[in-house]
Write a protein that binds this ligand. Structure first.
Ligand SMILES: Cc1cc2nc3c(=O)[nH]c(=O)nc-3n(C[C@H](O)[C@H](O)[C@H](O)COP(=O)(O)OP(=O)(O)OC[C@H]3O[C@@H](n4cnc5c(N)ncnc54)[C@H](O)[C@@H]3O)c2cc1C
Length: 426
């Protein structure tokens, strides 16, 4: 251990490398802040890589709003993302893959007129189109399909490429933090700092502002500091993954009688090209507490009822337990905007949850407003973390983990370049 502790002074120290932290770090770097991000597992862990990638203007929530009066706070988000994806927005997402430039909403034909009437009213505002039978996606192009189908001009992005793109833009600033050798501190003035012991070096990290964007990890981080506010709520889900043999990619919600979609399907590819449908919506909410095999049975029944012409024989099934982390709301309602606020009891700490992937830009905007209000401006900063902390890696997707390749990439490569052995020689 060297004698003198090393002191690092940052403008912004962001804790948690999901979409919220990565997006904010991108904005901060562009604005000239001396920023570093600290991730305890791998970038994109927990919710971001487990998301369905839908960048929506809130239609499925305004659908709920048709019944409850929720706000349309996220209506502008798809436009914001489109600009970023074209390299013309506040964050450069030119290397993020777009899986689809639309997604579908379909309703089984027994749905009440309230919902169909609501969708019809949106058609006139140019955000929803009714899809005629000759324009249906392959999955729903079957004589047995009798529901009404709508197309939303919103996006679906590939979350792994989004995380890689955001991380690449801020290369050299995303560090792996191991809390068994690091500690959060708060001094008598309420000032937060981190101390890290690398074995060789003791490092003290100070920042004009610490920002917790650790998803469900925010509550634990606050607890470490003896703080409770802002408080968090968790929405447990159990998503279903099915690896199948159909070439059909599909992105959409099947509407039921409730305000959340009965079933949400998104499509993802495995590294070996295999097809996976990722099933969420009410199925995943109601299934959160079910044993995996019971939920899989339920998912099979739902698919059989909604798309009975699909033969899923030979498909492989798996589930994923995951929790959505949100700021605490009265009556556990879903927040319809991103949230970030100063932590009560600390002088240099902000805590945020985007509540939706879609709203990550909104969270960054709100963070910048708070920084501006507090007079936080870019400074030169001091010290260099590169020599002491490893860089954070990118996490694997849930479907990569659930359906590992039969042989590893190394083994596949070795097979291709196999040395001829004695058995091969006649
Ligand atoms: C199944 C599912 C589907 C979804 N689908 C959509 C969708 O289609 N569209 C949409 O808009 N939204 C969707 N969402 C919501 C969206 O995924 C989340 O709102 C968003 O990803 C949250 O991002 P985040 O960065 O706040 O948190 P997270 O993505 O959870 O990231 C938190 C990060 O912090 C790290 N961390 C945790 N604790 C610590 C610690 N102590 N120290 C350092 N790092 C820490 C974690 O490892 C992780 O990398 C979905 C969510 C789920 C669960």
């Amino acid at each position: 251990m060297s004698q003198a502790p090393l002191s690092i002074q940052l403008d912004l120290a962001i804790i948690g490398g999901g979409v919220a932290g990565l997006w904010l770090a991108n904005r901060a770097k562009s604005a000239g802040f001396n920023v570093a991000l600290f991730e305890s597992k791998a970038l994109g862990s927990d919710q971001t890589l487990a998301s369905q990638g839908m960048i929506h203007g809130g239609m499925k929530y305004t659908l709920a709003g048709a019944l409850t009066g929720a706000s349309e706070a996220i209506a502008e988000m798809p436009k914001h993302w489109r600009a970023c994806l074209c390299g013309e927005g506040d964050v450069n997402l030119r290397h993020t893959r777009i899986l689809s430039d639309h997604f579908f909403m379909w309703s089984s034909d027994d749905l009440g007129s309230k919902i169909t009437g609501f969708l019809a009213s949106k058609i006139t505002r140019g955000r929803v189109d009714q899809v005629h039978s000759d324009r249906r996606p392959p999955l729903l192009r079957h004589p047995l399909f009798t529901g009404s189908l709508y197309r939303l001009e919103d996006l679906v992005i590939d979350a792994p490429s989004l995380v890689a793109n955001l991380a690449h833009n801020i290369e050299g600033r995303c560090f792996q933090i191991d809390w068994s050798s690091a500690q959060l501190n708060k001094n008598a003035d309420g000032e937060v700092s981190i101390s890290v012991n690398t074995g060789d070096q003791h490092i003290q990290i100070h920042a004009q502002r610490f920002i917790f964007t650790a998803g469900k990890g925010n509550a634990e981080l606050l607890r470490e500091l003896g703080l409770e506010s802002p408080a968090m709520q968790l929405r447990p889900l159990q998503q279903v993954m099915v690896k199948h043999h159909h070439p059909f990619d599909f992105y959409g919600h099947c509407l039921g009688r409730e305000t959340t979609p009965r079933l949400t399907i998104s499509s993802h590819r495995l590294p070996d090209g295999g097809h996976v449908w990722y099933l969420g919506g009410s199925l995943a909410e109601k299934g959160a507490q079910l044993p995996a095999d019971e939920l899989i049975e339920l998912a099979k029944q739902e698919l059989q009822e909604l798309i009975p012409w699909m033969n899923l024989e030979g498909a492989e099934w798996a589930t994923l337990h995951v929790e959505r982390a949100e700021p605490l709301q009265a009556n556990f309602v879903r927040p319809d905007n991103a949230f970030i606020a100063r932590a009560e009891g600390a002088s240099n700490l902000l805590v945020g949850w985007p509540t939706k992937l879609t709203l990550a830009p909104n969270l960054a905007n709100q963070a910048f407003e708070l920084l501006q209000a507090d007079g936080i401006t870019p400074s030169a900063g001091t010290g260099n973390l590169h020599d002491y902390l490893p860089y954070a890696e990118i996490a694997k997707t849930p479907w990569e983990i659930a359906f590992p390749p039969a042989i590893s990439a190394e083994e596949a490569l070795a097979l291709r370049f196999r040395e001829p052995d004695e058995d091969d020689v006649e």
